[in-house]
Ligand binder design. Structure first.
Ligand code: OOG
Ligand code: NI
Length: 466
């Protein structure tokens, strides 16, 4: 097959995220309502802020502003995780970051499959937060063995999805017909199944061990449990949700509202209780319910260096010592106030954040810089001071374990709080995945470094060219 007849991985990912969006809106009408609200708030925000509109027009694709940025699934076995890695690779999505959620009472560890290069992120930034159930954290050995047996029986990928993934690996891509077929087949893996894989008794036992275990083990596949569009004003969407008939989670996760947004802010509407049926002893079906699916929104800001992240983690921890957000939202105002107070030591101008070495920036030449020729290399700060080089925040494209835990918890129900011994095991996760995850800090540092190098090179190359 000729190379130029292949569809780009970025285009396959775009088609996949559009197909997921259509399927999820169809399956979860409340999600469609959330999308409408987000589109309205984004339009209002842009109408009220001409500057923002201009900036987004220059740097982003304005017409895609309210589209999904991520979704999430929960897998049951190492084999499912490693096959999922191969499927996502066909769509240009690679594992970035390792998140241990055991500390937060959720028996999973996770990565995010996402596009990595700037051009790919611009084309379509869709990512999937992917968790693997940690059976090793389940105390009940008999239950563990039964759950393992159930999981080992199921096949979450269609035969055609596996074949097309192998074909893409072998040939280095898929042509148009195969790519369309691939998207349709892979979509099946994420579909909701209202008929459980297990009987009602087994579901109860799994549920008693942990709600998340029931969610993973009881069904035919890893149904997509939420999708997340981007909002330009997360506080406003959070405030308006009740008016639209959807129940927001108690608080927005992540940093407080700031002039200079950092990392990631997220909130969701609470998972819906949905009718499902379980096998009964006579081989028929018995109706019950399951709570797993919700809708989320996100707003992203500056990627922080390890030093910045250290400060963020410490301040977040301090805010939670003042007020711990209650699941019912009763102290949401106090929590927002405590968060704002706790974050006062975190500088709130790009220049101060940069000078303190707290964030990653992308450097470029100013107009003056483009017309300047330097005899030799000079230090970056002096080039900035002389107006030759400017800097823009690099956007954080990853996730936050404390926030993720908050999202998990609010959707597992209030009684689901459970203690596990902290036991991050990235080595084990990577062995199960069949690959190493990219370290997100190294990645941002690399982008920053390359931008500095290219400025210095351009400033001195002007001399060489003369
Ligand atoms: C994933 C929760 C984490 C996020 O945005 O932090 C997540 C899940 O509930 O499976 O999606
Ligand atoms: Ni999410």
């Amino acid at each position: 097959m000729k190379e130029n007849s292949y569809v780009s991985a970025d285009d396959i990912r775009s088609a996949f995220s559009a197909a997921m969006s259509a399927m999820y809106r169809d399956e979860v009408p409340a999600y469609g309502t959330l999308m409408e609200l987000v589109a309205k708030v984004n339009a209002d925000t842009l109408a009220a802020d001409a500057n923002l509109k201009e900036r987004l027009d220059a740097t982003d694709t304005l017409d895609r502003i309210s589209e999904e940025r991520h979704g999430a699934i929960r897998l049951g076995t190492p084999a499912e995780l490693s096959m999922m890695r191969r499927v996502f690779a066909v769509m240009g999505m690679y594992p970035v970051g390792y998140y241990d959620l055991s500390t937060a009472g959720v028996p999973v560890h996770s990565t995010a499959f996402r596009p990595v290069g700037e051009a790919s992120l611009k084309r379509n930034p869709f990512r999937v937060f992917t968790s693997l159930l940690r059976m090793d954290l389940i105390a009940d050995e008999a239950l563990r063995a039964e759950a393992d047996a159930i999981l080992n029986e199921r096949r979450i990928f269609t035969p055609a999805a596996v074949e097309l993934t192998e074909k893409a690996e072998r040939d280095g891509g898929l042509d148009k017909v195969d790519a369309e077929h691939f998207v349709a087949q892979v979509l099946e893996t994420f579909r909701w199944h209202d008929k459980a894989n297990v009987g009602g008794d087994m579901y109860e036992r799994l549920h008693d061990a942990h709600r998340l275990i029931a969610d993973v083990v009881s069904f035919k596949g890893p149904h997509i449990n939420h999708l997340t569009p981007r909002t330009l004003d997360i506080d406003r969407v959070q405030a308006l949700m009740p008016e639209y008939g959807i129940a927001p989670k108690a608080v927005v996760e992540g940093p407080p509202t700031r002039n200079c947004p950092i990392l990631l802010r997220q909130t969701s509407f609470k998972a819906l209780e949905e009718a499902v049926s379980f096998r009964d002893a006579a081989g028929g079906w018995k109706t019950g319910s399951h709570t797993a699916r919700f809708g989320e929104i996100e707003q992203r800001g500056l990627a922080l260096t390890p030093k910045g992240r250290g400060l963020y983690d410490r301040l977040l921890d301090e805010s939670r010592k003042i007020v711990r957000p209650a699941a019912d939202g009763s102290n949401a105002r106090d929590y927002a106030a405590a968060l704002a107070t706790a974050f006062e030591p975190f500088p709130d101008s790009w220049a101060e954040i940069r000078e303190a070495g707290l964030g990653y920036f992308s450097y470029s030449l100013t107009e003056k810089g483009r017309q300047t020729k330097l005899p030799g290399r000079r230090n970056l700060d002096s080039l900035i001071a002389d107006g030759l080089v400017q800097f823009d925040p690099i956007v954080y494209e990853d996730f936050l374990p404390v926030s993720a835990a908050g999202i998990f918890q609010s959707n597992l129900g209030d009684g689901a709080q459970q203690e596990f011994v902290a036991s991050p095991n990235q080595k084990r996760f990577e062995a199960d995945l069949g690959a190493a995850v990219l370290n997100e800090f190294d990645h941002y540092a690399g982008i920053e470094k390359a931008s500095i190098e290219s400025c210095l090179k351009a400033l001195t190359a002007a001399v060489a060219a003369e």
